[in-house]
Design a binder for this molecule. Structure first.
Ligand code: SF4
Length: 375
Protein backbone atom coordinates (compact mmCIF):
# COMPACT_ATOMS: atom_id res chain seq x y z
CA UNK A 1 0.00 0.00 0.00
CA UNK A 2 2.79 2.42 0.92
CA UNK A 3 4.83 1.36 -2.09
CA UNK A 4 6.84 4.60 -2.25
CA UNK A 5 7.93 4.33 1.39
CA UNK A 6 10.70 1.75 1.76
CA UNK A 7 9.91 -1.25 3.98
CA UNK A 8 12.94 -0.71 6.20
CA UNK A 9 12.00 2.93 6.79
CA UNK A 10 8.48 1.90 7.78
CA UNK A 11 9.89 -0.72 10.12
CA UNK A 12 12.06 1.90 11.83
CA UNK A 13 9.01 4.17 12.13
CA UNK A 14 6.97 1.44 13.85
CA UNK A 15 9.85 0.99 16.29
CA UNK A 16 10.19 4.72 16.97
CA UNK A 17 13.62 4.82 15.40
CA UNK A 18 13.24 6.98 12.30
CA UNK A 19 16.43 8.85 11.44
CA UNK A 20 17.05 12.31 10.01
CA UNK A 21 17.68 10.74 6.60
CA UNK A 22 14.37 8.86 6.86
CA UNK A 23 12.53 12.10 7.61
CA UNK A 24 14.13 13.86 4.65
CA UNK A 25 13.23 10.92 2.44
CA UNK A 26 9.63 11.03 3.67
CA UNK A 27 9.37 14.65 2.52
CA UNK A 28 10.00 13.39 -1.03
CA UNK A 29 7.28 10.74 -0.95
CA UNK A 30 4.03 11.55 -2.85
CA UNK A 31 2.01 13.50 -0.26
CA UNK A 32 -0.99 11.19 -0.04
CA UNK A 33 1.24 8.18 0.61
CA UNK A 34 2.96 10.14 3.36
CA UNK A 35 -0.41 11.17 4.84
CA UNK A 36 -1.72 7.60 4.69
CA UNK A 37 1.28 6.28 6.60
CA UNK A 38 1.10 9.07 9.20
CA UNK A 39 -2.61 8.37 9.60
CA UNK A 40 -1.88 4.69 10.16
CA UNK A 41 0.58 5.57 12.94
CA UNK A 42 -1.95 8.01 14.44
CA UNK A 43 -4.44 5.15 14.54
CA UNK A 44 -1.89 2.86 16.23
CA UNK A 45 -0.98 5.53 18.81
CA UNK A 46 -4.33 7.03 19.79
CA UNK A 47 -7.13 5.49 17.70
CA UNK A 48 -9.99 7.57 16.32
CA UNK A 49 -10.44 9.94 19.23
CA UNK A 50 -9.65 13.59 18.57
CA UNK A 51 -9.18 15.75 21.63
CA UNK A 52 -9.43 19.40 22.54
CA UNK A 53 -9.19 21.42 25.74
CA UNK A 54 -11.56 24.12 27.00
CA UNK A 55 -9.13 26.84 27.95
CA UNK A 56 -8.44 30.55 27.96
CA UNK A 57 -5.37 32.38 26.74
CA UNK A 58 -4.41 35.41 28.82
CA UNK A 59 -1.63 37.67 27.54
CA UNK A 60 -0.84 39.91 30.49
CA UNK A 61 1.15 42.43 28.45
CA UNK A 62 2.44 43.10 24.96
CA UNK A 63 5.25 45.22 26.43
CA UNK A 64 8.53 43.42 25.86
CA UNK A 65 12.27 44.04 25.92
CA UNK A 66 12.76 41.20 23.44
CA UNK A 67 13.91 41.80 19.86
CA UNK A 68 12.42 38.85 17.97
CA UNK A 69 12.23 39.78 14.31
CA UNK A 70 9.25 37.49 13.69
CA UNK A 71 7.10 39.08 16.38
CA UNK A 72 4.15 41.31 15.56
CA UNK A 73 2.87 41.29 19.12
CA UNK A 74 5.45 43.21 21.14
CA UNK A 75 5.15 46.90 22.01
CA UNK A 76 7.35 49.31 23.92
CA UNK A 77 4.67 50.60 26.23
CA UNK A 78 1.75 48.18 26.30
CA UNK A 79 -0.39 47.98 29.40
CA UNK A 80 0.48 45.37 32.00
CA UNK A 81 -2.61 43.69 33.47
CA UNK A 82 -2.87 43.79 37.24
CA UNK A 83 -3.43 40.59 39.18
CA UNK A 84 -7.07 41.63 39.64
CA UNK A 85 -7.50 42.13 35.89
CA UNK A 86 -5.96 38.73 35.24
CA UNK A 87 -8.27 37.22 37.85
CA UNK A 88 -11.32 38.75 36.12
CA UNK A 89 -10.32 36.85 33.01
CA UNK A 90 -9.75 33.65 34.98
CA UNK A 91 -13.23 34.05 36.52
CA UNK A 92 -14.73 34.39 33.04
CA UNK A 93 -12.81 31.30 31.98
CA UNK A 94 -14.14 29.34 34.92
CA UNK A 95 -17.70 30.41 34.12
CA UNK A 96 -17.17 29.15 30.58
CA UNK A 97 -16.15 25.71 31.96
CA UNK A 98 -12.46 26.16 31.13
CA UNK A 99 -10.19 23.63 32.79
CA UNK A 100 -6.98 25.47 31.83
CA UNK A 101 -5.63 28.98 31.66
CA UNK A 102 -2.61 29.63 29.46
CA UNK A 103 -0.86 32.81 30.61
CA UNK A 104 2.08 34.32 28.75
CA UNK A 105 3.28 37.83 28.06
CA UNK A 106 6.13 40.03 26.95
CA UNK A 107 9.40 40.21 28.87
CA UNK A 108 9.19 43.07 31.34
CA UNK A 109 12.51 44.59 32.36
CA UNK A 110 11.64 45.20 35.96
CA UNK A 111 9.75 42.10 37.06
CA UNK A 112 11.30 38.99 38.45
CA UNK A 113 9.97 35.67 39.61
CA UNK A 114 7.69 37.16 42.29
CA UNK A 115 5.43 38.55 39.58
CA UNK A 116 4.90 35.13 38.00
CA UNK A 117 4.51 33.42 41.36
CA UNK A 118 1.95 36.06 42.36
CA UNK A 119 -0.20 35.24 39.33
CA UNK A 120 -0.09 31.50 40.00
CA UNK A 121 -0.82 31.92 43.71
CA UNK A 122 -3.79 34.23 43.11
CA UNK A 123 -5.34 31.74 40.68
CA UNK A 124 -4.84 28.73 42.93
CA UNK A 125 -6.20 30.62 45.96
CA UNK A 126 -9.52 31.19 44.21
CA UNK A 127 -9.61 28.23 41.81
CA UNK A 128 -7.52 25.37 43.18
CA UNK A 129 -8.78 23.07 40.40
CA UNK A 130 -7.89 25.40 37.53
CA UNK A 131 -4.90 24.01 35.63
CA UNK A 132 -2.21 26.65 35.19
CA UNK A 133 -0.44 26.02 31.88
CA UNK A 134 1.71 29.10 31.74
CA UNK A 135 5.03 30.89 31.28
CA UNK A 136 7.28 29.97 28.39
CA UNK A 137 10.85 28.71 28.86
CA UNK A 138 11.95 32.23 27.82
CA UNK A 139 9.83 33.86 30.54
CA UNK A 140 11.17 31.48 33.17
CA UNK A 141 14.74 32.06 31.99
CA UNK A 142 14.20 35.84 31.98
CA UNK A 143 12.58 35.89 35.44
CA UNK A 144 15.32 33.75 36.94
CA UNK A 145 17.96 36.17 35.59
CA UNK A 146 16.14 39.24 36.93
CA UNK A 147 15.72 37.55 40.31
CA UNK A 148 19.31 36.25 40.19
CA UNK A 149 18.41 32.68 41.00
CA UNK A 150 19.17 29.50 39.04
CA UNK A 151 16.49 28.28 36.62
CA UNK A 152 16.18 25.09 38.63
CA UNK A 153 15.25 27.06 41.74
CA UNK A 154 12.89 29.33 39.79
CA UNK A 155 11.01 26.29 38.52
CA UNK A 156 10.85 24.78 41.98
CA UNK A 157 9.30 28.00 43.33
CA UNK A 158 6.84 28.28 40.45
CA UNK A 159 5.74 24.71 41.01
CA UNK A 160 5.23 25.45 44.70
CA UNK A 161 3.15 28.52 43.77
CA UNK A 162 0.81 26.40 41.65
CA UNK A 163 2.27 26.21 38.15
CA UNK A 164 1.09 22.87 36.72
CA UNK A 165 2.53 22.72 33.23
CA UNK A 166 4.39 25.00 30.81
CA UNK A 167 3.84 25.70 27.13
CA UNK A 168 6.92 24.66 25.18
CA UNK A 169 6.90 27.91 23.25
CA UNK A 170 9.91 30.13 22.49
CA UNK A 171 11.39 27.08 20.77
CA UNK A 172 10.94 28.58 17.29
CA UNK A 173 13.58 26.48 15.48
CA UNK A 174 16.14 24.94 17.79
CA UNK A 175 19.15 25.96 15.72
CA UNK A 176 21.51 28.70 16.86
CA UNK A 177 22.08 29.71 13.23
CA UNK A 178 18.35 30.38 12.82
CA UNK A 179 17.96 31.95 16.25
CA UNK A 180 20.75 34.41 15.53
CA UNK A 181 18.73 35.67 12.56
CA UNK A 182 15.18 35.70 13.91
CA UNK A 183 15.56 36.07 17.70
CA UNK A 184 19.13 36.97 18.64
CA UNK A 185 18.35 37.99 22.21
CA UNK A 186 16.28 34.92 23.00
CA UNK A 187 17.64 31.95 24.88
CA UNK A 188 19.91 29.72 22.80
CA UNK A 189 19.08 26.15 21.78
CA UNK A 190 20.97 24.54 24.67
CA UNK A 191 19.38 26.97 27.13
CA UNK A 192 15.86 26.19 25.89
CA UNK A 193 16.57 22.48 26.17
CA UNK A 194 17.94 22.95 29.68
CA UNK A 195 14.92 24.93 30.93
CA UNK A 196 12.60 22.24 29.56
CA UNK A 197 14.67 19.40 31.03
CA UNK A 198 14.74 21.17 34.39
CA UNK A 199 10.99 21.76 34.24
CA UNK A 200 10.41 18.06 33.73
CA UNK A 201 12.79 17.27 36.59
CA UNK A 202 10.78 19.67 38.78
CA UNK A 203 7.56 17.82 37.95
CA UNK A 204 6.30 20.38 35.43
CA UNK A 205 5.43 18.70 32.12
CA UNK A 206 5.59 20.82 28.95
CA UNK A 207 4.36 20.83 25.41
CA UNK A 208 6.85 21.35 22.58
CA UNK A 209 6.33 23.68 19.63
CA UNK A 210 8.12 24.38 16.36
CA UNK A 211 7.60 27.64 14.46
CA UNK A 212 8.62 26.86 10.88
CA UNK A 213 8.43 28.52 7.49
CA UNK A 214 10.85 31.46 7.72
CA UNK A 215 14.64 31.23 7.33
CA UNK A 216 15.21 27.63 8.39
CA UNK A 217 16.17 24.73 6.12
CA UNK A 218 14.35 21.41 5.89
CA UNK A 219 17.26 19.80 7.72
CA UNK A 220 16.93 22.29 10.58
CA UNK A 221 13.24 21.45 10.96
CA UNK A 222 14.08 17.77 11.26
CA UNK A 223 16.96 18.46 13.67
CA UNK A 224 14.50 20.44 15.81
CA UNK A 225 12.12 17.49 16.01
CA UNK A 226 14.97 15.12 16.85
CA UNK A 227 16.13 17.40 19.68
CA UNK A 228 12.59 17.27 21.12
CA UNK A 229 12.51 13.50 20.68
CA UNK A 230 15.80 13.17 22.56
CA UNK A 231 14.42 15.23 25.46
CA UNK A 232 11.36 13.01 25.52
CA UNK A 233 13.47 9.85 25.57
CA UNK A 234 15.27 11.20 28.61
CA UNK A 235 12.41 12.75 30.62
CA UNK A 236 9.05 11.61 29.23
CA UNK A 237 7.75 15.07 30.17
CA UNK A 238 6.42 16.25 26.80
CA UNK A 239 2.65 16.00 26.43
CA UNK A 240 2.26 17.03 22.78
CA UNK A 241 4.11 18.35 19.77
CA UNK A 242 2.66 21.45 18.08
CA UNK A 243 4.01 22.52 14.67
CA UNK A 244 3.18 26.20 14.10
CA UNK A 245 3.49 27.74 10.63
CA UNK A 246 5.10 31.18 10.67
CA UNK A 247 2.74 34.12 10.03
CA UNK A 248 4.73 36.55 7.86
CA UNK A 249 2.67 39.71 8.29
CA UNK A 250 3.48 42.85 10.29
CA UNK A 251 6.94 41.71 11.34
CA UNK A 252 10.43 42.35 9.94
CA UNK A 253 11.34 38.71 9.16
CA UNK A 254 8.09 38.22 7.27
CA UNK A 255 8.27 41.56 5.48
CA UNK A 256 11.73 40.69 4.16
CA UNK A 257 10.44 37.31 2.98
CA UNK A 258 7.51 38.93 1.20
CA UNK A 259 9.84 41.46 -0.51
CA UNK A 260 11.76 38.42 -1.79
CA UNK A 261 8.54 36.85 -3.06
CA UNK A 262 8.14 34.27 -0.32
CA UNK A 263 4.93 34.01 1.68
CA UNK A 264 3.42 31.78 4.35
CA UNK A 265 3.99 28.05 3.90
CA UNK A 266 1.58 26.44 1.41
CA UNK A 267 -1.03 24.23 3.06
CA UNK A 268 0.42 21.11 1.46
CA UNK A 269 3.78 21.82 3.06
CA UNK A 270 2.08 22.31 6.45
CA UNK A 271 0.35 18.95 6.14
CA UNK A 272 3.64 17.25 5.25
CA UNK A 273 5.25 18.71 8.38
CA UNK A 274 2.41 17.40 10.52
CA UNK A 275 2.67 13.98 8.88
CA UNK A 276 6.44 13.73 9.24
CA UNK A 277 6.21 14.79 12.88
CA UNK A 278 3.70 12.01 13.56
CA UNK A 279 6.09 9.49 12.01
CA UNK A 280 9.24 10.83 13.75
CA UNK A 281 7.56 10.96 17.16
CA UNK A 282 5.88 7.56 16.93
CA UNK A 283 6.47 5.68 20.15
CA UNK A 284 7.64 8.85 21.91
CA UNK A 285 5.04 11.65 21.77
CA UNK A 286 1.50 10.39 21.10
CA UNK A 287 -0.21 13.72 20.61
CA UNK A 288 0.35 15.87 17.54
CA UNK A 289 -1.66 19.07 17.75
CA UNK A 290 -2.98 21.07 14.80
CA UNK A 291 -3.39 24.78 15.46
CA UNK A 292 -6.75 25.93 14.03
CA UNK A 293 -5.62 29.52 14.69
CA UNK A 294 -2.62 29.18 12.38
CA UNK A 295 -3.88 26.63 9.84
CA UNK A 296 -7.49 27.76 9.68
CA UNK A 297 -10.33 25.49 10.63
CA UNK A 298 -10.64 23.60 7.35
CA UNK A 299 -6.94 22.75 6.98
CA UNK A 300 -6.77 21.84 10.68
CA UNK A 301 -9.69 19.48 10.12
CA UNK A 302 -8.01 17.92 7.09
CA UNK A 303 -4.79 17.48 9.09
CA UNK A 304 -6.69 14.96 11.23
CA UNK A 305 -6.16 12.61 8.26
CA UNK A 306 -2.46 13.43 8.05
CA UNK A 307 -1.32 12.40 11.51
CA UNK A 308 -2.78 14.91 13.98
CA UNK A 309 -5.11 13.90 16.80
CA UNK A 310 -5.66 17.10 18.81
CA UNK A 311 -7.10 20.50 17.94
CA UNK A 312 -5.78 22.44 20.92
CA UNK A 313 -7.95 24.85 22.85
CA UNK A 314 -11.04 26.99 22.59
CA UNK A 315 -8.74 29.91 23.62
CA UNK A 316 -11.40 32.64 24.23
CA UNK A 317 -8.82 35.25 23.21
CA UNK A 318 -5.78 35.16 20.97
CA UNK A 319 -3.63 38.12 20.07
CA UNK A 320 -0.18 36.81 19.15
CA UNK A 321 -1.03 35.09 15.84
CA UNK A 322 -3.72 37.68 15.04
CA UNK A 323 -1.11 40.46 15.20
CA UNK A 324 0.97 38.56 12.64
CA UNK A 325 -1.85 38.15 10.17
CA UNK A 326 -3.77 35.04 11.28
CA UNK A 327 -7.43 35.65 10.44
CA UNK A 328 -9.14 32.54 11.73
CA UNK A 329 -10.60 34.04 14.88
CA UNK A 330 -9.78 34.31 18.54
CA UNK A 331 -12.06 31.66 19.92
CA UNK A 332 -13.93 28.58 18.89
CA UNK A 333 -16.85 26.94 20.64
CA UNK A 334 -16.90 23.35 21.82
CA UNK A 335 -19.84 22.75 19.49
CA UNK A 336 -17.90 23.94 16.46
CA UNK A 337 -14.79 21.94 17.40
CA UNK A 338 -16.92 18.82 17.78
CA UNK A 339 -18.65 19.59 14.48
CA UNK A 340 -15.25 19.74 12.78
CA UNK A 341 -14.13 16.49 14.38
CA UNK A 342 -17.33 14.63 13.50
CA UNK A 343 -17.02 16.03 10.00
CA UNK A 344 -13.63 14.36 9.73
CA UNK A 345 -15.17 11.04 10.78
CA UNK A 346 -13.53 11.04 14.19
CA UNK A 347 -14.73 10.93 17.79
CA UNK A 348 -14.44 14.19 19.75
CA UNK A 349 -13.37 14.14 23.36
CA UNK A 350 -12.66 16.97 25.73
CA UNK A 351 -9.39 16.46 27.57
CA UNK A 352 -7.47 18.07 30.37
CA UNK A 353 -4.10 19.66 29.74
CA UNK A 354 -2.50 16.32 30.62
CA UNK A 355 -4.73 14.39 28.19
CA UNK A 356 -6.97 12.96 30.86
CA UNK A 357 -10.74 12.96 30.60
CA UNK A 358 -12.64 15.86 32.07
CA UNK A 359 -14.62 15.26 35.23
CA UNK A 360 -17.09 17.80 36.52
CA UNK A 361 -17.09 18.91 40.15
CA UNK A 362 -20.38 16.99 40.53
CA UNK A 363 -18.49 13.78 39.87
CA UNK A 364 -20.22 13.30 36.52
CA UNK A 365 -18.18 13.16 33.39
CA UNK A 366 -18.74 15.93 30.88
CA UNK A 367 -21.04 14.91 28.07
CA UNK A 368 -19.43 14.52 24.71
CA UNK A 369 -22.04 16.22 22.57
CA UNK A 370 -22.81 15.12 19.10
CA UNK A 371 -22.13 11.44 19.61
CA UNK A 372 -24.46 11.33 22.62
CA UNK A 373 -22.00 9.43 24.75
CA UNK A 374 -20.61 9.95 28.21
CA UNK A 375 -16.95 9.07 28.49
S1 SF4 B 1 8.25 36.77 20.68
FE1 SF4 B 1 7.97 37.16 22.88
S2 SF4 B 1 10.04 37.61 23.61
FE2 SF4 B 1 10.09 37.89 21.38
S3 SF4 B 1 9.66 40.08 21.06
FE3 SF4 B 1 7.70 38.98 20.90
S4 SF4 B 1 6.81 39.10 22.93
FE4 SF4 B 1 9.00 39.59 23.14
Amino acid sequence: MNSKIPEDLMERAYQGKCTKEDALQLLEVPPFELFRFADELRDLAVGDTVTYVVNRNINFTSRCVGTCGFCAFRTNNGKVLSIEEIMEKVRDAEKANATEVCIQGGLLPEVGLDFYQGIAEAIKAEFPEMHIHSFSPMEVYHASRISEIPVKEALRRLKRSGLDTMPGTAAEILSDRVRKIICPSKLKTAEWVEVVRQAHAAGIPTTATMMYGHVETREERIDHMLIIRDIQKETGGITEFVPLPFMPYNNPVGEKMIREGRYATPGLEDLKIYAVSRILFHGHVDNIQASWVKLGKKLAQFSLHCGTNDLGGTLMEESISRSAGACHGEMITVDELEWMIHGAGRIPKERTTLYRRVELASGNLRKISGCGAYE
